[in-house]
Design a protein around this ligand. Structure first.
Ligand SMILES: [Zn+2]
Length: 201
């Protein structure tokens, strides 16, 4: 059996997404094979992402500043809001350089099965932003799963202004996967080919 400190490391490290106990073991032995400066740098960068990163109080993005670099940029087109589940999705879309509007991070999707209710998500905040910013287009960049459709229809039902266009990404993204799993090319095509939301998505 491993010494207790290695067991502790494997236990905590295997909680990370995509990393099981076997990978955690390999990481532990890799770190042991490096010098102490490497271990310090690694530990320091883990602490820094947590301590030096803020959640934007406007859109929920992750940045070193609050408001984030997108909300603070006067050159962004504030007539468009792209709605995402996760702050990571904002960076995926930004990396494509095809969108100059604002974002809104919901923090998940409505899911009766998993007990996620509308009030658990940043939906109220989104509705206020749509009203205050005179938004003309709301783009839903959500996973193409039933929970995504439920979330879209729920939000749409709360906005009575018929001048606002609601669009969703073209369904090029494999069903049941989040944006992270779509290739860059298919995400870009899905974004450019976005279609208007029908009453029954
Ligand atoms: Zn922001």
């Amino acid at each position: 059996m491993y010494p207790p400190n290695i067991i502790d490391f494997i236990k905590i490290f295997s909680k990370l997404p995509g990393i099981g106990p076997k990978s955690a073991e390999r990481v532990a032995f890799y770190i042991l094979s490096q010098n102490v400066e490497f271990a310090e740098k690694l530990a320091g960068s883990i602490i820094a992402i947590k301590k030096k990163t803020k959640k934007c109080h406007i859109c929920g993005n992750i940045d070193v500043n609050d408001p984030c670099f997108i909300c603070a940029d006067p050159k962004r087109d504030n007539s468009k809001i792209c709605v995402v589940e996760d702050a990571m999705d904002i960076y995926l879309i930004e990396n494509m350089s095809i969108y100059n509007g604002l974002y809104h991070c919901l923090g998940g999707l409505i899911s009766p099965l998993s007990g996620v209710k509308p009030e658990d998500l940043k939906i109220k905040e989104l509705i206020s932003r749509i009203k205050e910013n005179k938004v003309k287009e709301v783009i839903f960049a959500l996973s193409a799963i039933p929970e995504g459709d439920t979330t879209i229809l729920y939000i749409k039902s709360l906005v009575k202004n018929s001048d606002i266009k609601f669009t969703t990404l073209a369904r090029g993204i494999p069903v049941g996967t989040g944006l992270q799993y779509a290739g860059n090319k298919s995400l870009e095509e899905a974004f450019k080919g976005r279609e208007e939301v029908k009453t029954n998505v």
